[in-house]
Each structure stands twice: as structure tokens, then as C-alpha cells.
Ligand binder design. Sequence first.
Ligand SMILES: Nc1nc2c(ncn2[C@@H]2O[C@H](COP(=O)(O)OP(=O)(O)OP(=O)(O)O)[C@@H](O)[C@H]2O)c(=O)[nH]1
Ligand SMILES: [Mg+2]
Length: 448
Amino acid sequence: MKLDTRGSGVRPGREKAVLLGLHLPRDPKSYDEPLEELARLADTAGVDVLDRVVQNRAKPDASTWIGSGKAEEVGALAKGLGAEVVIVDHDLAPAQSRNLEKLMGLRVVDRTELILDIFATRARSAESRAQVELAQMEYSLPRLKRLWTHLNREVASGKAGVGLRGPGERQLEIDRRLVRLRIRDLRRDLEDMQARRERRAEARGKFFNVALVGYTNAGKSTLMRRLTGAEVFVEDRLFATLDTTTRAWDVRKDRRVFLSDTVGFIRDLPHHLVASFLTTLEEARRADLLLHVIDAGDPDALAHVDVVAETLSRIGAGGVPRLAVLNQVDRVTDPFGLRVLSERLPGAIPVSAITGQGLDKLAEAVIDASSRRASDVVIETDPGNGRLLARLREWGEVKEITFPDGLARVSLRLSPRHFENVRRDGGRLFDEGGLPIPETDRFGKPKP
Ligand SMILES: Nc1nc2c(ncn2[C@@H]2O[C@H](COP(=O)(O)OP(=O)(O)OP(=O)(O)O)[C@@H](O)[C@H]2O)c(=O)[nH]1
Ligand SMILES: [Mg+2]
């Protein structure tokens, strides 16, 4: 095993870590470089990576994830190199972390904890700070003895020793209660903030709302800047953006839409974070159109596309019409990779947020989509389908309900983003002329 000299190099004053990954037979081979993403996350968190170890196993070990022999070996290696922490590329169960720490004789940080830490150091607004803290609290509850955070460096580095010595059971009970109380308060604060956010979103209700979504570092904020002139933060780092920003975008002289920049996604996004960022991601769920920004120059782009699609369904935005944007084409050196992406994502628009290439095409596509917006439709369903009938009032502007021939027939104005929901709830869609509205795929093309 050789010392890792890739990436950022070793800088004084930063924590030093060894990265540990597990390769299972069922894992996709698509990841270009094992642990590359974990190394970038570590760097973003201010940690220097001394070495990377990948272990092959038929399946994970229940109590130590990696296997106890390997754990001892990695612990010895890490200590020999002068590392203070071992970062594992996995979401460990609380008992697994404890067992690993014992076997390695070093602090163990899992992928979730690392991402939570990055979010904590990067959150700026009151809302994102509360969301991150809520996620951290929920994560720490079953692991109370060992929360690792930069906000708590003293403890984490062992100088204070409090978190590591293991408080008595009574203290632990008190801590648990405090954490539960804090969780309750944070939830309440977040509800208030969400109500305010909803009022702002409603004020934009009659406009066409577009949200930029995508893997972290794909170039969403750069595109936002280029299109709207918004002074949003751009950086070649993971999770530069945690707060949603919304700005007017004049797609054409006479056509104004609203564009939102959102937090980036990543493989295995901690579920605590997804849950607490749901309100921020509300912008994506309520959008009339999602622009899925892809870094076309990234060798893992295809794998990232799948992660984004999954995450969008997880947050309930799977039904929103989606347009793929192949960004960063200016730096694509592998035309084959670009072709594979275009084949996989028919209708995708190649652009560069830096050179401006393709942005006119993107604007046209958005104008196109916005002209297909909330239209007058007729929905037919069973008169006993009270669930759908009630939800239609929430989703659109109901004009008339009639009950001809044992059917319920509703005339209303409805945005296409609800069409999929209507079908799922047992409704059939017709246009004003009474013709069935064909089902479309996520690129707006009719399904065969
Ligand atoms: N060459 C090139 N670089 C780009 C382009 N778009 C973005 N970048 C660079 O990619 C990096 C990430 O850009 P961001 O706009 O911060 O990415 P993001 O998707 O907002 O990332 P998160 O907020 O972390 O999710 C920055 O260094 C940008 O300068 C592009 O079209 N071409
Ligand atoms: Mg961003």
C-alpha cells in the first residue's frame, strides 16, 4: 500500500484520516475511482487523506461491516501513518461503529457523519442551520457517546475527552432527554419557517416555476448565475449550495419564469438529511419543470443520473416534468461519453454555463414547456373516488363537477405536474376537446 499523494496533499493543522471502503460483488463497477468521492468529501470537511483501503468481501460483516481481522489491520496501518480518524464509505449501524472503534483503537466516522459535518459547517441561513442541526440530533440520538462534529472539535480531537470517556448511564439519560427536547424545538421552528416559505411560493403561483436539480457540483449555481444574474455562491467543492434561491428569469422579452437553485444530491444521501431538507426541496416538488443539470464531463455522470432520479422520487418530485441539461460540454474530452449520455437521455440539451453555448436552446425548451402549462382539462373517475375528488381541489382550480352515466366528470385548470398523480389515483384525463391526453415520459414525449 503506498501513501496517497493524490488530491489536496497534507496540510498542517488539518485532521488526518485513512479512508476505508468495502467492495461487494453486487456493487456497480461504474464508479471510476473507488473512494474518490469520499476523498472529495473528506477534503471539503477539512480532513487530509493519508491512504485509501478497499476491502473485497462476499457480503458485509454484521458486527464490524469490514471484518474484524481487516479492521485491526487498518487500525494498525492508520496509526502507523499518524492518522487520527478512519472514515468509512458506508452508513454504519451504531453498534458497528463502536465495534470498529474498539478494534482499530481510533475514532471511526461514517459517510453520513461526514456529510452531516459538511452541511453543518456550510449552512448559512437560519433554516438550513436548523435543518442540519435536526438531522445531526436525530443521527446522534442512538449514538450519544460519539457525535463527531467540527463544532465540537475539542471533544472530537480527544483534548477534552468528554465524549470519549463515556458518561455514566444517568448522564446519558439526561443527555438523551435534552436531545429529544432540542429536536422538538427545532421541528417547531422549522414549521414556522416552512409556513413563511409557502406564502412566498404561493405569491409566485401564477408564474411558471422552474427548479435546477442535480448531483452536487454539476454546475446548478453557475447556470443560475448565468441565466438570472443572481449572485449565488459557486465553488468547485461538494455542497456549495444548501439554501434554495429563487429569481426571476426572463426567458424571452415577454416571458418571465421563476428559477430556483437547490441543494445538490449525492449517492446515499443520509435519510435524516433528506427528511429535514424536505422543506427546502419543496421548491423542487412544487415546480412546473425540473432542469436536471448533469456534469457531462464527469466519468460517473450516468451513475449520478440514476442517483438524482431516485432522490427525486424519494422527495416526492418524481412526477414533475423533467428536462435533462448536459452541462459543462466545454470541458468534455470524450465524445463517446457524451453520446452515451444523449442516448440515455433523449431530448437532453447540451450547454455550458461558462461559455453560454446551448443556452438559447435551453430557453426555447423552457418556453415550450411553459406554454404547455396549466391547461383546462376534464377528468373522469368513479363517483366513489372521494380521495381523488378531494385532492383535485387542492391541486387545481375546479370549475364544474357533473355526474353523467355513473361517472364523476370534473372540469378544471390543472398543471401537467399533477397528471401522473391523477392517473395514479384512478383518474382519466381529457383535453378541452374531449380527446384523451396521452401519457408522457419525463421528457414530455408521449409514451408508446
Ligand atoms: N468548465 C465548466 N465548468 C463549470 C460549468 N458549470 C459549472 N462549472 C464549474 O463547476 C464547479 C461547480 O459549480 P457549481 O455551480 O457550484 O455547482 P452546483 O451544482 O451548484 O454544486 P452544489 O451547490 O455543490 O450542489 C465550479 O467550479 C464551476 O465553475 C461549465 O459549464 N463549464
Ligand atoms: Mg450550488
